[in-house]
Ligand binder design. Structure first.
Ligand SMILES: [Zn+2]
Length: 394
């Protein structure tokens, strides 16, 4: 049995407690939270600051870890994607070492589960033997070409088949983004993911040209496609923002995880929330600053009751893979979002989005959510300062 005492304990699923003790078994399964004065101080390990459940990173591309610092900040999504596509090749040892290092960093910084995009098999060795729970999203795209759907499917089916997720981890086919997936490919994905307990992630409304393409077939995606010699002749804009196209082709009975949502409006959110009560909204603020130098309007998510989760995106578009650093960024630029709300996004909502809330996301008896010490945490009413550090205890 282990006893952790702290100034604050945040179960997340219930109100925070001061001067309390978290009791777990030796494996880290939560047994109880009790007042500190019921325990002999000699038998307690005390952590000044706060204890929180392990963090859930709902959006990562672990396989892009070797490109840290290679693509410029502040250029916008389309030059960013071009940079990734043209620079991602590297020797397998370099990719493998970077994946291992990034995986270790996430573990040390209190991350217990990851929703991870895979276009390749480069992360599968690490995933097969990881203490983290991974939801691997094998991501498909065909550049809006119905005729390319079958080839995209056949190519990525090989990637999908070569991953044997260990107990507690999962895998699914997912569409990359509205601007890159044809109706034919969406149909294949939807048909394959018949199990409604699947999570389907999709990049959504990350850059202004994405909506422009679907609203009136204007904007920088036209040049992007013609630059790669891909014709959009057949493409007819629906006259609505890009998320409408995604909603048309996704399954509302599944958990759908919309990622980035930098340009998502209240109207878009209301439409999606009316379409399904199983939507989740992954926000990656540091990646949004890195790529587009802008942030989503978090007030829109709070007002509509959308369930937000947090992600780091990849080391190609971030300075580190730390959910605490994502929380700090939101606290710095949109400080009206309360700490407890940020923490719920970082833990329980993420676990629910990945279907991992059976064991993760909150301190509840029977769960094994990991224990993270926020060293330097001054209280839920104080601004989350840059000095606060996440230390993994379990
Ligand atoms: Zn991404």
């Amino acid at each position: 049995m282990r006893k952790f005492s702290a100034d604050y304990i945040f179960p997340v699923s219930s109100a925070p407690l001061q001067d309390a003790v978290l009791i777990t078994d030796d494996a880290g399964v939560v047994l109880a939270i009790e007042p500190r004065n019921q325990h002999d101080p000699a038998g307690l390990a005390h952590y000044p600051g706060a204890l929180v459940p392990g963090f859930v990173n709902t959006h990562c591309h672990l396989e892009l870890s070797h490109m840290q610092g290679k693509v410029h900040t502040g250029t916008g999504l389309i030059p960013f994607i071009t940079g990734v596509v043209t620079q991602r090749n590297a020797a397998p040892e370099i990719i493998g070492q970077a994946v291992e290092d990034a995986h270790r960093y996430m573990y040390d910084n209190g991350i217990v589960a990851v929703g991870d995009i895979s276009n390749t098999t480069d992360t599968f060795v690490v995933k097969s033997d990881s203490p983290l729970r991974f939801y691997t999203f094998v991501e498909l795209f065909d550049f809006l070409q119905d005729a390319g759907a079958q080839k995209a499917w056949d190519d990525w089916k090989k990637v999908y088949d070569s991953l044997e997720p260990p107990h507690g981890s999962r895998k699914a086919f997912v569409p990359h983004a509205p601007y890159s997936v044809s109706a034919a490919l969406f149909e294949k994905i939807r048909h394959f993911n018949a199990d409604t307990e699947t999570t389907v992630s999709i990049h959504n409304q990350e850059t202004p040209p994405e909506n422009q393409l679907f609203l009136n077939k204007t904007g920088a995606f036209l040049d992007f496609y013609s630059g790669f010699g891909i014709s959009l002749e057949h493409f007819t804009p629906a006259g609505t923002s890009s998320i409408h196209y995604a909603l048309q082709h996704l399954n509302p009975r599944q958990r759908n995880l919309f990622v980035h949502n930098t340009l998502t409006t209240r109207d878009d959110l209301r439409t999606a929330l009316a379409w399904s009560d199983r939507t989740f909204w992954a926000s990656c603020p540091n990646a949004n600053l890195y790529i587009e130098n802008r942030l989503p309007d978090y007030a829109a998510f709070l007002e509509t009751g959308a369930r937000v989760t947090l992600g780091t995106d990849s080391l190609t578009s971030n300075w580190q893979l730390s959910i605490l650093e994502e929380m700090k960024t939101i606290a710095r630029y949109q400080s009206y979002v309360p700490f407890e709300t940020l923490l719920r996004w970082a833990t329980l909502h993420g676990a629910q989005a990945l279907g991992f809330d059976d064991t993760l996301g909150s301190f509840e008896a029977g769960k094994q959510p990991g224990v993270v010490w926020l060293e330097g945490f001054a209280g839920p009413e104080q601004a989350l300062s840059a000095e606060v550090q996440a230390r993994r205890l379990l």
